[in-house]
Design a protein around this ligand. Structure first.
Ligand code: PEP
Length: 264
């Protein structure tokens, strides 16, 4: 059985004091939750706050991730951050191919693939994002888009390396819009995603790979989404900026519910 994985993408939000307070609040609330070990949790703050969030989370089981990385190890790449730099400040995860990087910052499948390869080579764990635009969804191109993103993004990845990868299915029309995919839409896209992984890497990899759903996940819709059999957690944007909401989503991902004393 796949353990659920809930990750918070803080995007370009917070200041130092807010980042520290959010990390500490999350750590304290999660420590009260006796079922917390049933789900993997990570937060992905902006690069500049990674060290202070790492310090704030020390002693907790909350993982630390970055929102992006560059392909090269070092050198004349002004403004970029390498895998070794991320390891140096305690990162375990890296979000790669987020829709804002694909569609606002113009990242191609080829660049995303290079980032996946560099991340895996450094023994970091990619959260590899895929998802279709509204017009692609409306013209029945969702599966074609997902297949292209998966095949190109995971080119030259080995079956063994797939154990380190989480896939995040995030329909672009649902990100930050308040529109969520229906439970059935999410389940169908996840089943399709798993079928491509199976074709590329075989049955065992497909059965083991975790596929998060992302797109306006809130405490109110988390449980319905997370109880879909192929939805293995969530990548959360807006609701990850608030302790109570993020804890509520984590709680929603624990299938039998949380019977403990935490705020969730
Ligand atoms: C995201 O940024 O990955 C995301 C899913 O954002 P939101 O939860 O705000 O839709």
């Amino acid at each position: 059985m796949r353990k659920k994985f809930v990750a918070g993408n803080w995007k370009m939000n917070m200041d130092a004091a807010g980042a520290k307070a959010l990390a500490i609040g999350l750590k304290e609330e999660l420590a009260k939750c006796q079922d917390a070990a049933k789900v993997d949790v990570a937060v992905c703050p902006p690069f500049v706050y990674l060290p202070l969030v790492a310090e704030a989370l020390a002693g907790s089981n909350i993982g630390l991730g970055a929102q992006d990385v560059y392909t090269e190890a070092n050198g004349a790449f002004t403004g970029e951050i390498s895998v070794d730099m991320l390891k140096d400040v305690g990162c375990q995860f890296v979000i790669i191919g987020h829709s804002e990087r694909r569609h606002v910052l113009g990242e191609s499948n080829e660049l995303i693939n290079k980032k996946v390869i560099a991340t895996l080579a450094a023994d970091l764990e990619p959260i590899f994002c895929i998802g279709e635009l509204l017009e692609e969804s409306e013209s029945n191109k969702t599966e074609a888009v997902l297949e292209m993103q998966i095949r190109k993004g995971l080119e030259n990845v080995t079956a063994g390396q797939m154990a380190k990868i989480t896939i995040a299915y995030e329909p672009v029309w649902a990100i930050g819009t308040g529109k969520t995919a229906s439970e059935q839409q999410a389940q169908d896209a996840h089943v399709f995603t798993r079928s491509i992984v199976k074709d590329m890497f075989g049955d065992d990899v497909a059965a083991a790979v975790r596929i998060q759903y992302g797109g306006s996940v809130k405490p109110a819709n988390a449980k319905g989404l997370m109880t879909q059999s192929d939805v293995d957690g969530a990548l959360v944007g807006g609701a990850a900026l608030n302790v109570e909401d993020f804890i509520g989503i984590i709680q929603g991902s624990i299938s039998r519910g949380c019977g403990c004393n935490c705020k969730c």
